[in-house]
Structures are given as structure tokens and as C-alpha cells.
Write a protein that binds this ligand. Structure first.
Ligand SMILES: Nc1ncnc2c1ncn2[C@@H]1O[C@H](COP(=O)(O)OP(=O)(O)OP(=O)(O)O)[C@@H](O)[C@H]1O
Length: 281
């Protein structure tokens, strides 16, 4: 089976067209007995985490600043190792980074002197898969709605378009999992919503497992099938909550969305020690 992008930038339906991208087998993640301490004097940052993420599931890690979200995401990516416990992907302990699970950050880290297609091809080059560039890059640029920008310099693009280039680069190696560390927080509200919707659509359509770090309740509810609300000092899973929203209801205007957002905001506020005087976004 192959899939194509099915919405335009404005959200209007568009006819499926070639080129197309094949779905992948999303990663299954198991976090077992995971604790982490950076400095003994500070105590553990993460403690006794035990959870699984199903293949193709979209999970948000929601918590206040400093509760250990990025630390956990880095461990899922194999960029660092827990003091105790383990992360296993598809049954194998994660011992380092891999092109099968890729991270996206707030800053898209593109090379400004290169074109959109050259930047998008970097992941394949680093993975020594340059022979795939000619077919794969047009496919992924089409998927992120940047086909007509292929030859443009990335420095001429908007912040949202640059994040789409970073997304295309991430997708080019056919990853089983995307790990997003607040990748939309520097964008304006309209661009952020459009990318949140498109990234979820793409991950769901391709079957990619996705883990998203955020402290934005509405982002978690818009994008995730499931939200892990993390407590702080030490970071633990305080709530593990399914978001039972159909894709059609994943819009800030829908009543079902607003109900879920209010429910999640309550849980989040409770976890933040009932401190409703501090603004929670
Ligand atoms: N390399 C490090 N060495 C020592 N302490 C660290 C290191 N990295 C993070 N920390 C500490 O670990 C705690 C958790 O940090 P982390 O960045 O994982 O939190 P976070 O929830 O992602 O925060 P934010 O939302 O602000 O990005 C913080 O107290 C931070 O100061």
C-alpha cells in the first residue's frame, strides 16, 4: 500500500497524486524501571518510569519546565543512557542513535547556503544511502507540501516552511519513530496549528510512532492519542491518559476538543501542585 498527502496547506482536501510514500512499521517502545540522576546532590531527575508505546501511537509527554521531558526523549533517541533501567525498541535495548528513530527540535538546524532539496537529502547522505536521493526526496517534499520549493535556498523560507524541510529530512530515511522536542514553539499560532495537524496526519498515515515533548496542553490534545503527564522532582508518570478524539474533532473549535482540553488542563494543574496562579499554556 502507498499513501499520498491528502490535504492542502489550508486544510482543504486534494486529490491523491504521485509520487507516494510507503507506510512503515512503527516502532514499539518499552521503558522499564527507568531512573536517571545527573548529579547525586540534586537527586533523581526521572524515577521508576514504566510504560510502553504501541506501534504507530502518538504520545505526548506533558509537564512543567524541568520535570525531565527532554531527558526522557533523549533516552528514547539513544542520545543518552538512563542510570538504571532501560529503553527497548522493537524488543532490543537502545544503545545509541539510529536513523530509524529521529529527533526534531525547536530550531530546524538547516544549512542556509543549501537548497531545500539538498537539506532534505542530508539524512540519507549521512546514512550512506545517497542512491535513494533521486526518488525519495521528491516524495517527501511532496508529502510536506514543499515540492515547488525544492530548488529554493532555505534562508528564503518562513520558519514554518523551514520546519517542513526538517520534517522532510527526518522522513527521508523512512524512520519508525519521530521524537519531537517542542518543535513548534517558536512559530506563530496559525503556522503552529497547521504543522501540528499535518505532522499528526503524516505520522498516522505512514504508521510512524511519534513522541512529542510539550508543555502546551492544547498541542498535546490536538496531536496525541495518549498523554503522559509528568510530575517533577523527581519526574514520574502522574497520569497516563487516552485522548479519545476522532481526527475530525481535532480542531480547537470543536466541542469535543474543548472538553478534552479542559480535562487535561485540570490534570496538569493538579500535577503542578494546584498552582493555578502560574499561567499554564
Ligand atoms: N546535562 C545535565 N547535567 C545536569 N543536570 C541536567 C542536565 N540536563 C538537564 N539537567 C537537569 O535535569 C532536569 C530536567 O531537565 P530537562 O531538560 O529534561 O527538563 P524539561 O522538562 O525538558 O524542561 P523544559 O520544559 O524547560 O525544556 C532539570 O533540573 C535540568 O536542570
Amino acid at each position: 500500500m502507498v499513501v499520498t498527502r491528502f490535504k492542502t496547506e489550508s486544510g482543504a482536501p486534494k486529490m491523491p497524486k504521485a509520487p507516494a510514500v510507503k507506510p512503515v512499521r512503527g516502532a514499539h517502545v518499552a521503558v522499564r524501571g527507568l531512573s536517571h540522576t545527573y548529579r547525586r546532590a540534586d537527586g533523581p531527575v526521572l524515577q521508576d518510569l514504566d510504560f510502553e508505546i504501541r506501534q504507530g501511537e502518538v504520545v505526548a509527554l506533558l509537564g512543567r519546565s524541568g520535570c525531565g521531558k527532554s531527558t526522557l526523549l533523549h533516552m528514547l533517541a539513544g542520545l543518552s543512557h538512563p542510570s538504571t533501567g532501560e529503553v527497548a525498541i522493537n524488543g532490543n535495548e537502545v544503545r545509541g542513535p539510529s536513523p530509524r528513530w529521529v529527533m526534531m527540535f525547536q530550531a530546524p538546524s538547516l544549512y542556509p547556503w543549501m537548497t531545500v532539496e539538498q537539506n532534505a537529502a542530508l539524512g540519507l547522505k549521512f546514512a550512506r544511502r545517497s542512491r535513494e536521493i533521486a526518488t525519495r526526496i521528491p516524495e517527501v517534499l511532496d508529502l510536506v507540501d514543499l515540492a515547488s520549493f525544492a530548488g529554493r535556498n532555505v534562508q528564503d523560507l518562513s520558519g514554518g516552511q523551514q520546519q517542513r524541510v526538517a520534517l522532510a529530512r527526518s522522513l527521508a530515511t523512512s524512520p519508525q519513530m519521530l521524537l519531537l522536542d517542542e518543535p513548534f514553539s517558536a512559530l506563530d499560532a496559525f503556522t503552529r496549528r497547521s504543522l501540528q495537524r499535518d505532522v499528526r496526519d503524516i505520522a498516522r498515515t505512514l504508521g510512524i510512532t511519534m513522541v512529542l515533548v510539550t508543555h502546551d496542553v492544547s498541542e498535546a490534545v490536538l496531536m496525541a492519542d495518549r498523554v503522559l503527564v509528568l510530575d517533577a522532582n523527581p519526574g514520574r508518570v502522574a497520569h497516563d491518559v487516552a485522548i479519545p478524539l476522532e481526527d475530525a474533532a481535532r480542531s480547537t473549535g470543536s466541542e469535543a476538543f474543548q472538553r478534552e482540553q479542559a480535562r487535561m488542563m485540570q490534570l496538569y494543574t493538579d500535577v503542578a501542585h494546584g498552582d493555578a496562579t502560574t499561567p499554564l499554556t
